[in-house]
Design a binder for this molecule. Structure first.
Ligand SMILES: Cc1cc2nc3c(=O)[nH]c(=O)nc-3n(C[C@H](O)[C@H](O)[C@H](O)COP(=O)(O)OP(=O)(O)OC[C@H]3O[C@@H](n4cnc5c(N)ncnc54)[C@H](O)[C@@H]3O)c2cc1C
Length: 293
């Protein structure tokens, strides 16, 4: 029977109240944002908790705010608000694209950006674009604030750097560098509500000549317990102009770094092939967009 076990429900209205609760009962609590992962896990008895802290009604934790340095996105911002943001599309299209691919529209109107990375599923949609966009994650507790890079937040399957008294409060994403572009892509088994077999985001920054690669960041998801930031692809590409020979090598390099498993969604061999195909396609796409940026 899918009945939730007993827990105490807390409905703080401010971030300060949440941090106070976490300091008191964080070791015996789960935070509820949109609930699209948490409620399922509770119903399926995958987890139990004495306390639920609903952070979904804390207004100061949601919203998209542009700054001189880039953009700040509150942890409780709905995935649908990111998908529908006409302001984010221009400079942060990789994140907007990923947001639009998460689950169904009904799910996206409930699910939050903070919940997606905090759930720390290897197949999560948004951790790869966040890392490629050089996003930082702001973590707060009553003890203070710390900032970690998006790619360092997830430690493994459903494991992340958060301590029991900490919460993720916002994402800070810098404005894109000149002559740069970031793209996102994924491949799943079907075209509706599937969890990705592989997802990937690639950022390419060019020198002022708009041909030579200054930096490249290729991030793969669903091919290991946590997103992988490629080291081999920058080693191949930085200081060079992209050509077909390099595109092929990029595919091989990314495949050599992926550590996929076989599961119901795809075999490890298929996932490796997809990594190669996505790495070739997305790097080329990002390079061409950066030339026009
Ligand atoms: C039908 C369906 C389809 C889905 N498809 C996809 C998909 O295609 N891609 C994908 O990536 N996901 C998918 N999901 C999973 C889910 O929707 C996302 O992971 C979502 O972003 C989770 O956000 P949430 O606000 O609902 O998190 P919740 O369920 O509220 O929380 C998830 C976890 O994060 C913790 N948490 C939440 N917010 C914070 C915070 N600010 N600080 C610290 N901890 C926090 C919670 O305590 C909990 O452990 C799907 C889910 C469903 C039900």
């Amino acid at each position: 029977m899918n009945i939730l076990s007993n827990f105490q429900y807390h409905a703080p209205k401010t971030k300060a109240e949440v941090l106070e609760l976490l300091a008191d009962i964080g070791d015996r609590s789960k935070m509820l944002a949109g609930g699209t992962d948490l409620i399922i896990m509770l119903k399926e008895k995958m987890i139990e908790t004495e306390n639920i802290i609903n952070i979904g009604d804390v207004e100061e934790l949601a919203g998209i705010k542009f700054t001189d340095e880039g953009v700040e996105i509150g942890a409780c911002t709905k995935i649908a608000d990111i998908e529908n943001s006409t302001e984010l599309v221009k400079d942060y299209n990789a994140l907007v694209h990923a947001a639009g691919e998460l689950g169904s529209y009904q799910v996206r109107t409930m699910a939050t950006l903070g919940g997606n990375i905090s759930h720390s599923s290897p197949a999560g949609e948004t951790p790869t674009p966040l890392a490629a966009l050089n996003a930082s994650v702001v973590i707060e507790s009553k003890r203070g604030t710390r900032v970690v890079k998006a790619e360092d937040f997830i430690l493994g399957n459903r494991k992340n750097v958060l301590e029991k008294d900490e919460m993720l409060t916002k994402f800070v994403i810098p404005a894109p560098a000149a002559n740069s572009a970031t793209v996102y892509g994924y491949i799943g088994l079907r075209n509706a509500m599937e969890i990705d077999a592989v997802n990937m985001a690639v950022n390419v920054e060019l020198e002022a000549d708009k041909k030579t690669v200054k930096s490249v960041k290729l991030v793969m998801g669903s091919v290991s317990p946590k997103p992988i930031v490629s080291e081999a692809v920058p080693a191949l590409l930085v200081g060079k102009e992209l050509n077909e020979d390099l595109v092929e090598k990029i595919g091989e390099a990314a495949m050599s770094e992926a550590k996929p498993i076989s599961d119901i969604r795809a075999s490890a061999e298929y996932r490796k092939d997809v990594v190669g195909a996505l790495a070739r396609r997305l790097t080329k796409e990002a390079y061409e967009l950066a030339m026009e940026a």
